[in-house]
Design a protein around this ligand. Sequence first.
Ligand SMILES: NC(=O)c1ccc[n+]([C@@H]2O[C@H](COP(=O)([O-])OP(=O)(O)OC[C@H]3O[C@@H](n4cnc5c(N)ncnc54)[C@H](O)[C@@H]3O)[C@@H](O)[C@H]2O)c1
Length: 351
Amino acid sequence: MTKIGVIGCGYWGPNLIRNFRNTSNCEMVIACDMQEDRLNRVRKLFPGLETTQRHEDLLRSDLDAVAIATPVWTHYPLAKTFLEAGKHVFVEKPLTRSSQECEELIQIAKEKGLVLMVGHTFEYTAAVNKIKQIVDSGELGDILYVNSTRVNLGLFQQDINVIWDLAPHDISIIAYVLGKEPISVNAQGVSHFKEGIEDVAMTTLRFENKTIAYIRNSWIDPNKVRSMIFVGSKKMLVYDDTSPNEKIKIYDKGVEQPSYYDNFGEFQFSYRYGDIYIPRIEEHEALSSECGHFVESIQEGTTPRSDGMSGLRVIRIIEAANQSLREEGRAIPVEPISNMETITNGVGSAH
Ligand SMILES: NC(=O)c1ccc[n+]([C@@H]2O[C@H](COP(=O)([O-])OP(=O)(O)OC[C@H]3O[C@@H](n4cnc5c(N)ncnc54)[C@H](O)[C@@H]3O)[C@@H](O)[C@H]2O)c1
């Protein structure tokens, strides 16, 4: 039985509590938030659950692990405290506010043989795993272009811009599905409401072999959109995360360049219109898989899918995007994480 505590019971934390409570071989022991009104709500939602306002209370010896769902700037100090105390740590996305902080956490986890996992939730959805399976099978051909849109109205963050808030999801999905890292990143964005906190941004990731990915993030769009398009050399895939039953559609559509043509009419024949089909997805709650995966990694001593390195990969891309924002969209080269030989994520056996 892995005994776990959750720190941060705002918007997201109660979802983690609910899922850890439903995870087998896991005991959800204690919830922590600095604000008493948040704890009141948690006690109403989960009667009998022990609560505290002090995160230090979770350093006690009978807890194996903590999950951190607090604002981004608190991730690093909290995660460091608990790793140093010998606890396995799950941290909500983004892992930290800098790659240096990520590297430090990865190093501590490695030295202590502990699991460090980041909440890249979409890597645990049935839809994203189906997309990965389809891309890996080669059905779409070579991926030429990805277009990701993650926009809504609000929830404005006070301490981070829209790239730090929303793009971790797009970036983690793209890196997971394509299985590769960009070679350069550029971004443009604007702050309309709070000076220095961009509320709209467009980020471009360039990969080797001319694959390109565009990410559009915004807190000021009238509608919530969560969509991605993967254009392959053979077929195209459209992913709409807001659709209840038809999240993925595959278009057997493309443009084939004719060997020659005499007029525009003939050129048009080079468009290929084929079938559109909707693959079946075995739906499940992503957070349930994610929480189960954390507990399983602790108990089996395995490296989680979204480990510290995965968190670092995303942060390095976000840092490059933010550097580009400050330099009016200049392309910032990104060194592949696989070249960083000194860092490997550590895992440990069950406590
Ligand atoms: N995976 C996802 O899809 C997803 C979705 C939403 C939010 N998140 C992430 O979850 C984290 C929290 O976001 P949120 O929207 O719930 O924020 P929030 O502001 O609603 O809640 C954060 C809570 O943490 C508490 N807190 C802060 N410092 C603390 C400390 N030292 N000890 C105890 N409690 C402390 C605050 O009192 C607050 O109640 C962020 O990292 C965010 O990116 C992830």
